[in-house]
Design a protein around this ligand. Structure first.
Ligand SMILES: [Zn+2]
Length: 179
């Protein structure tokens, strides 16, 4: 697996977390848990790097693929179904068992990506595309209900306005912070 694929895979994980999180109306604490278990568990790739450098030298970091055939553990226990023994106790008490929900989603996506590796570019793009379409559709229907309005163009204008307002507000905060 090359790093470009790892990168798209991270985007895919992010899109999946966003879609599920929006569907469930998460609060801030829950978003943190969602990101931690939905994306953060990939941090174990980072821990595998020192061993890889030791075996192949620093220059090997520039190779297109980091798989040196050593069978090294790029994925910790948290990337194995056995990790459920750790995640399930953590999930108790959370709404929707959130840690378990996002962790198992992450594993499913990783598994699907590995299973379709030979044509992953297409399968993954389609999957990522549908996630993004889902996020967009969800935003649209919520906007339609809350603003009692409809039509794609007004919706896009609404997004544009929200983004503009957001940046106006944050630059206002910066200015007032300076004085
Ligand atoms: Zn992963």
């Amino acid at each position: 697996m090359d790093r470009r694929n790892d990168f798209t895979l991270t985007i895919t994980h992010l899109a999946a977390v966003l879609l599920i999180g929006l569907l469930l109306n998460l609060d801030w604490n829950e978003w943190f848990v969602a990101l931690l278990f939905g994306i953060g568990i990939d941090i174990d790739h980072v821990f595998a790097v020192p061993g890889y450098v030791e075996r192949n030298g620093l220059g090997a970091l520039l190779r297109p693929s980091w798989d040196d055939g050593s069978g090294a553990v790029w994925r910790s226990l948290l990337h194995d179904p056995i990790g459920a023994f750790v995640v399930i106790p953590l999930a108790v008490g959370w709404r929707f068992m959130l840690p378990l929900l996002f962790w198992s989603t992450h594993l499913l996506i990783d598994y699907a990506q590995a299973a379709t590796l030979s044509y992953s570019a297409l399968v993954e793009s389609v999957f990522l595309g549908s996630l993004c379409a889902g996020i967009f559709a969800l935003g649209y229907f919520r906007w339609r209900v809350s603003e009692a309005s409809s039509g794609l163009v007004p919706f896009l204008l609404y997004i544009k306005d929200s983004v503009k307002r957001y940046f106006a507000r944050s630059s206002g905060q910066r200015t007032s912070g300076r004085t």
